[in-house]
Design a protein around this ligand. Sequence first.
Ligand SMILES: O=c1ccn([C@@H]2O[C@H](COP(=O)(O)OP(=O)(O)O[C@H]3O[C@H](CS(=O)(=O)O)[C@@H](O)[C@H](O)[C@H]3O)[C@@H](O)[C@H]2O)c(=O)[nH]1
Length: 477
Amino acid sequence: MNTRSNLRTRGTGAVVRAAAAPSASVSRGARGARSCHFAAAGSKRGVARQTVRDQRLAPTKAIATEETTGVTLNNEGKGKRVLVVGGDGYCGWASALHLSARGYEVAIMDNLARRNWDQQLGYDSLTPIASIHKRVAKWKELTGRDITLYLGDICDFEFLAEAWKQFEPEHVVHFGEQRSAPYSMLDRERAVYTQVNNVSGTINILYAMKEFTPDCHMVKLGTMGEYGTPNIDIEEGYLDITHNGRTDTLPYPKQGNSFYHLSKIHDSTNMIFCAKTWGLKVTDLNQGVVYGVKTPETSLDETLINRLDYDSIFGTALNRFVIQAAVGHPITVYGKGGQTRGFLDIRDTVRCIQLAIDNPAEQGKMRVMNQFTELFSVNELASLVKDAGAKLDLDVQVTSVPNPRIEAEEHYYNAKNSKLKDLGLEPHLLGDAILDSLLNVAVEYKDRCDRQLILPANAWGSSGVSRHFVGEKAKSI
Ligand SMILES: O=c1ccn([C@@H]2O[C@H](COP(=O)(O)OP(=O)(O)O[C@H]3O[C@H](CS(=O)(=O)O)[C@@H](O)[C@H](O)[C@H]3O)[C@@H](O)[C@H]2O)c(=O)[nH]1
């Protein structure tokens, strides 16, 4: 407690803490505001703490309620401090709001890199996303809940340490990585950037845990792509192997198919090592391809809308296909289209994060859970989108384009995913309702679509040492 107060009075140093709300009393974010109330409460501090919290968290008449919005506002996560690294991105933003709505004390840490990569390449989200400051201010206005912002780079350990010691997270959810396989394959510079950024950021978080909060639980986003497409069943992280008459349980063999996927493998290896060596609590969530854009929280107001990428570098299969259908572009199946992957609705992503937090890993051994709900081939997705489009009178064409990636286009794929369901995940399966809703969002914002960004801009085989794919050039290739 002392440490925290001292740090706060020392000022923010390298930490940029943005105001979550316009009023002066809460401009230091949730924790700052709360400490002021504690100090004033004197001997009735414990009571005052409860009262202040309840007043702050309970919806008032002016604030959105579950009845009017479908958003759950409760206190089930009360008392748990969660730092969401990468909380301005697609999965991170939705997760931060989901947790905040449920009473977790949330801070977002982000260096806004995702927005910068778009600027670098001349890309943009189909949906118009507000600045992170406007986002958290609107959330506060609608729900009464604070989200503290730490704007900076986790690769800068001085920044990370200062923020860490201020917030003292009990859980860190780590989305803060360069997450696009095609981006990592654009050229040497971006391959190196992806691995240095991802691997060193994760090591810094592991050190912050060890040095400042050894009981903190890390929930790290890995990827199903770490396993590749082996000709045997994919287990959840570990495999029992008998070799020359001896048996052991070993990390499942990893065969990443891009510098990005390989960066996640390197992270996993480092996390296994740190969990074992320093007795840390670590969960690796090997997530599949996420689709969808709306969660109840991000749908509350257009200022809270999530990003929706459709370009060939950051747009992922199903989201791209739906947007292609909405703008009348043929669906771009790469190669034969037999590529099979695990998929999940973004509403399940946020729920999985909460389940991982509420059921932390044990100390000393990295837990791995496969985070997807269904398997689809690219061809199956294309045909689902075509059918859903037809119901909305859209004439959806499907085309096979030369595969920019070097990957198996027909392969065995059977991956296990029971651990999150055992913890209580009730999947939203891909059906007409979600396809309809996604298609409607895509149609609503279709005028913002730049069709030049749809066709592949780079190929794995031509990744070179010079920066070929910048700005306008990327669009036209
Ligand atoms: O227009 C397209 C786009 C993609 N694909 C194919 O769809 C599959 C998936 O590609 P993707 O771009 O949807 O997803 P991927 O590059 O694998 O990466 C995404 O999904 C990963 C989970 S997984 O795929 O590794 O399970 C996450 O880790 C990444 O952060 C996220 O960007 C690939 O076989 C790709 O060739 C097409 O056929 N047409």
